[in-house]
Design a protein. Structure first.
Length: 255
């Protein structure tokens, strides 16, 4: 399996599938962020916006969003789906230059692709004093343990796991997960909070496998192997599956 850098660069070829199969974000998530802010959020910078699944949620509330994304294909797909008020920047997070400051900086299932060096000083430099940082996302699991086990069995010859490991090695049983762990240690942030928005969805087997096809662990497999493992997975699935798509939210305030 390719390294994290390979996985981070793997999404562009799947931009349309990413838009079609990845679930969007619920209004309750935005409410959580805005309640934490405790004051009107007028401007926001998004890190790794992808096809704009989260962008449109924030933009619909009247927030002036600047969506940054290093992959041109993903950004082109994003522009098809977001309001014209959204400003787009074709750049990696590390290539953004401090200048304009925002009331909110956020990342939707994208922060783990950023480089750890100077990550938090970069975020802090983009935030107004007292501004809010938010990171949210989470793996999608099959809700039925028996179906999950059947998928794991046919996947095993190709992949041990399709999840992204914790960037700082935090064990999954620990209460505070990454990036909350790093935010708590950072000199730039205070009032670090972690919460979860629970979500259950029912999708067709085809759409579930379509979602798997957009996950980096599958994208970095050789094409023939990827096609083979996805075919094997769809063969062991019922016609529809229930998925657990809980969203873990981390929030912090710029000192």
């Amino acid at each position: 399996m390719g390294g994290m850098a390979d996985r981070a660069r793997s999404f562009g070829s799947m931009a349309e599938a990413y838009e079609r199969f990845r679930p969007g974000y619920p209004e309750a998530l935005l409410d959580t962020v805005l309640e934490y802010a405790g004051q009107p959020v007028r401007t926001a910078l998004e890190i790794g916006a992808g096809t704009g699944k989260a962008t449109r949620l924030f933009a619909r509330r009247g927030i002036a969003v600047t969506a940054t994304e290093p992959d041109g294909d993903m950004l082109a797909e994003l522009r098809k789906h977001v309001p014209s008020s959204v400003r787009t920047v074709h750049a990696a997070f590390e290539d953004l230059r401090p200048g304009e400051r925002y009331g909110l900086v956020y990342a939707a299932a994208a922060l783990h692709w950023t480089k750890p060096e100077a990550r938090w000083s970069r975020v802090a430099a983009l935030l107004e004093p007292g501004g809010v940082f938010a990171s949210f996302g989470g793996p999608i699991h099959l809700a039925d343990p028996a179906v999950e086990e059947a998928v794991r069995a046919v996947r095993a010859p190709f992949l041990d796991s399709d999840e992204v490991p914790s960037p700082d090695g935090t064990p999954p049983e620990q209460c505070m997960q990454w990036p909350g762990t790093e935010l708590r240690r950072s000199e730039f942030f205070t009032d670090v909070q972690q919460s979860m928005t629970r979500r259950r969805l029912t999708v067709s087997a085809h759409d579930y496998v379509g979602q798997l096809s957009t996950i980096s662990a599958y994208l970095v497999l050789p094409a023939a192997e990827r096609a083979q493992v996805l075919k094997r997975i769809v063969q062991v699935l019922p016609a529809t599956v229930e998925i657990s798509a809980d969203i873990t939210v981390h929030l912090a305030r710029r000192r």
